[in-house]
Design a binder for this molecule. Sequence first.
Ligand SMILES: [Ca+2]
Length: 130
Amino acid sequence: MSSETEFLTHIGNAFFADLKVRLSGSNSSHEGRVEVYYDNKWGTICDDHWGLREATIVCKMLNFSGAFQVGYFGAGNKSFPIWMDNVKCRGDEQSVAACRHRGWEEHDCSHAEDAGVVCRNDSIPPTEGK
Ligand SMILES: [Ca+2]
């Protein structure tokens, strides 16, 4: 099973084409450190304000029904940017890129704060036009 998927999301005037997300740093496909692909580079998300609501958005992007809990799965590669910080989601976003955050690569974090998720282990096929 692929642990990454592509999303196409329109938020106001912003256009998030092909935002990819994957889970790293664990042996299971349903949990791990959240890594997002932006500006041609994989990077991480700081865990400031990171909670179940934010984790749920990431898990749904990966076709799980939701998140079981947040977790820490080690530091991302030192060369990776920390792409997002202070992420706050409403809960109905199609992509974590649509949640409020400080701005790409704007953060006060280190990789010791890389956000992780434990998704409900019930991957479901993508649904069309909900
Ligand atoms: Ca912060």
